[in-house]
Design a protein around this ligand. Structure first.
Ligand SMILES: [Zn+2]
Length: 203
């Protein structure tokens, strides 16, 4: 694939399709490991980056974003933070990608068995900066609990609600992202990565 093929991605739908196809390759074990050749590194270094998707995912070491979508250098603008929470830093990063790099898709990707969500559900004692980190997750869990969920079902629901919380955070936190979404230039979608089998579920 040449640099121009990567540049050809213009719509959010094409970007989603490319991620879906990459995850299918990952699942089937038929990965291409694209865009890692030395020549490609030199080319992207010279011409600048044109990632076709922004992915906000958890820092969990079992959620390697480029791997699960079978993508390489310059393909995904990846923002990873424990619990895939969205505050000013994450919003600013996504805003840079959407507004300055022209990346047409933002994916907020939670994952099953997320430790950050589980810790809040289990009311683990979270001190210092971890307490601040999971601030948004605490209100998410409160809402899931109010719906009557308990145990593993509560964790599962909170993981899904937390994806929506982060999507809302991007829209509320950035008038620029909101404008691009309203104009149809950028699409924001949610996803859940299943640790059990490597599948990305689109929600
Ligand atoms: Zn996690």
């Amino acid at each position: 694939m040449s640099h121009h093929d990567a540049l050809a991605i213009v719509t959010p739908e094409e970007a989603i399709e490319r991620l879906q196809q990459g995850n299918e390759r990952f699942l089937s074990g038929k990965t291409n490991h694209p865009h890692i050749a030395r020549k490609w590194l030199e080319e992207t270094c010279e011409e600048g980056q044109h990632p076709f998707a922004t992915v906000i995912a958890c820092s969990d070491s079992r959620v390697p974003v480029e791997e699960v979508f079978d993508q390489g250098v310059g393909d995904i603008f990846t923002i990873r933070v424990a619990g895939n929470v969205v505050h000013a830093d994450e919003t600013g990063s996504a805003e840079y990608s959407a507004a300055h790099l022209g990346t047409p898709l933002i994916v907020v990707m939670g994952h099953t068995k997320c430790g950050a969500v589980t810790a809040v559900v289990h009311k683990d004692k979270l001190e210092g900066n971890i307490h601040k980190l999971v601030h948004n997750i605490a209100s998410v869990v409160k809402r899931s609990r109010a719906k009557g969920f308990k145990g593993d079902a509560l964790i599962d629901d909170a993981i899904r609600e937390n994806v929506q919380e982060s999507i809302n955070g991007l829209l509320k936190g950035s008038t620029e992202i909101l404008r691009l979404v309203v104009e149809g230039k950028v699409k924001i979608v949610g996803a859940i990565y299943h640790l059990e089998n490597g599948r990305v579920e689109w929600i």
